[in-house]
Ligand binder design. Structure first.
Ligand code: WTA
Length: 568
């Protein structure tokens, strides 16, 4: 079924992308260079394109950022952002930061995060945003792997940084720490706002982001300045951003969405960006949309389902007249959410697909095309997506296989930090980048997500690796073996279910359950605490000892276990 979703009251029929087929046939990424003022062969800096460019074009007084958090509202123009990011960059240079060095950012969504990220990138250093949900042990792994020279954080979060155990760390800059020498405010105030941008090769790294897989600890995905072309162009085409827009992306800056579409895409397009630091709260969130007159809203199916579950009595109190476009990413968008959205906002939700590794949007629903509820949409012009078999051959429409993208697009990751083997695995069947997603394409060229090939879990739309939870669980004295799976959940997408084998001498009790959960909460991260823990006598393993999570999943869901000839 195809429908034309209502699109709100403004800019009707004036979409940035008016004719998808024509753009798909003719677009080349070089065409985006002109709009960013990039010249062939000349060095660039994505932070300059996000901020300084708008000031140079006479738009310095436009509002760049509205920070709306429990402490109040702070507003910044592009000129103020230019000054502050220069100040921060000059401060970093004074502290000896050079091109290619890493600066880790353990901060909540806040103006200080935006300024620190852009200031870092201006110096030519590589920013390493860390998810503030992670606790000390996990942070230690990320920090030891990325070897940052500096860490920027807040006073409460600083306690989680195992400075002494990470030899590369030369200093910690603390937000909200009145007056000390490493106080963020003082550092910025004592610095000058002269032009600080270092000019970089387009292929130079600017971001290192840790993300979970099904094996091993989270890996550092490397992104480069060249990605700006795609963040910009997808912001223009998929988010349909215009300079008059007020835009809010609800993602945490420790997740790639909070960077690519929380910072790069809106600011490359010169729009006013809303940032909110606080927990989910339906009333607060509706209030944010209304009060800031948000026009374009990028969120996740999980958040939309959470709003839906709070009922209409809350939403009816608010006015969403300014809103003209809602999009989601991260997991399948249930058609029921779209129906709820139509009745609540008089707007449908546009589903979109991409990954930390792809850096930017790859497949999406576009304003100018009919939407098929349940489908992720069509490839972005400039991107070639296909469904392939294990040999890398393209499959015809309606056949399920692995979703693959022809390698070589501007925002594509350029490496896995210190793990070339892992990086090469993604590209092992040329010319493809292998997504690990199962999908099919229909006869009209729309893609339909069917699931993951591996055991990666989607908890509230963010990626969770079973391995990181399992390896922490077995550190608990009572646990000898652990297997973790995602269990479908109507609100959260999936919840985390752990199967454990107890060490001899331990018996299962509520206290032990609590103790194990507390162990994960304090040693790993609160959001990775299993929702359910089940004790079993043994775990299904292959003859070579590899855990068979798919068998655990089948047991849990009461489904046929499939081929278990390799099981021990
Ligand atoms: C899943 C960064 C269904 C998919 C944005 C992908 C989706 C993984 C969708 C990437 C969607 C993302 N429908 N599944 N629209 N978008 N995914 O890197 O499995 O945290 O491979 O997301 O999320 O997760 P990541």
């Amino acid at each position: 079924m195809k429908t034309n979703l209502p699109q709100g009251n403004s800019n009707q029929n004036k979409y940035n992308l008016a004719d998808y087929d024509q753009a798909y046939a003719t677009f080349r990424w070089e065409m985006a260079e002109k709009d960013l003022g990039w010249e062939k062969g000349s060095p660039v800096n994505i932070a300059h394109s996000c901020i300084d460019r708008h000031v140079l074009e006479g738009k310095g007084d436009r509002v760049a950022l509205i920070s709306d958090d429990p402490a109040g509202i702070r507003t910044y123009s592009f000129r103020e952002m230019q000054q502050l990011t220069n100040r921060f960059a000059n401060a970093l240079k004074r502290l000896g930061i050079r091109k290619g060095e890493r600066v880790a950012l353990l901060l909540p969504a806040s103006p200080e995060f935006h300024i620190s990220l852009l200031g870092t990138v201006k110096t030519g250093a590589i920013a390493v945003p860390l998810h503030s949900k992670y606790m000390s042990d996990a942070l230690k792994d990320f920090l030891r792997d990325s070897e940052p020279s500096l860490v920027v954080t807040t006073a409460p979060l600083r306690q989680r940084i195992p400075e002494k155990e990470v030899p590369s760390i030369r200093g910690v800059i603390v937000v909200g720490k009145a007056g000390d020498e490493n106080d963020w405010d003082r550092l910025v105030a004592d610095s000058d706002d002269s032009q600080a941008t270092e000019w970089m090769d387009r292929e130079d790294p600017m971001l290192l982001l840790y993300t979970s897989g099904s094996t091993g600890n989270p890996k550092g995905v490397v992104h480069v300045h060249e990605g700006a072309l795609q963040y910009f162009q997808t912001g223009r085409w998929v988010l349909d951003l215009k300079e008059t827009d007020v835009y809010w992306c609800t993602a945490d800056p420790g997740w790639v969405t909070g960077i690519s579409y929380g910072i790069w895409a809106p600011w490359l397009n010169g729009v006013t960006n809303v940032v909110y630091n606080g927990p989910f709260d339906a009333e607060k969130w509706y209030g944010l949309l209304e009060k800031n007159r948000v026009t374009v809203w990028y969120t996740t199916p999980s958040y939309l389902r959470m709003l839906m579950s709070r009922g209409g009595n809350i939403s009816r109190k608010f006015n969403f007249k300014a809103l003209r476009k809602i999009l989601s990413v991260g997991e399948p968008l249930n058609p029921i959410v779209n129906r709820w959205s139509l009745s609540t906002f008089n707007l449908g939700v546009y589903d979109s697909w991409w990954m930390t590794e792809t850096g930017a949007l790859m497949i999406a629903n576009f304003s100018c095309l009919p939407v098929k509820p349940g489908s992720m949409g069509k490839p972005i012009p400039g991107i070639y997506a296909a469904i392939i078999n294990d040999q890398g051959e393209e499959l015809p429409p309606l056949e399920m296989g692995q979703l693959a993208i022809r390698a070589g697009w501007p925002a594509m990751m350029r490496g896995i930090w210190r793990d070339k083997e892992k990086y090469d695995e993604y590209f092992r069947i040329p010319p493809w980048y292998l997504t690990g997603d199962l999908a099919y394409r229909d006869k009209d060229g729309y893609f339909w997500f069917q699931g993951r090939i591996d055991d990666v879990i989607k908890f509230q739309s963010e990626r969770v690796g079973p391995f990181e939870i399992e390896s922490k669980l077995v550190e608990h004295p009572a646990v000898t073996e652990a297997g973790v799976i995602g269990k479908p959940h109507p609100l959260k997408g999936e919840i985390i279910k752990a199967f454990i084998v107890l060490e001899s001498g331990y018996s299962w009790s509520d206290e032990l359950n609590k103790d194990i959960c507390e162990f994960i909460k304090t040693r790993l991260a609160p959001h990775l605490v299993p929702d359910e823990v089940q004790v079993c006598p043994g775990l299904p393993r292959t003859k070579s000892g590899k855990l068979m999570r798919r068998v655990l999943k089948s047991w849990e869901l009461g489904l046929p276990v499939g081929d278990i000839s390799t099981m021990d």
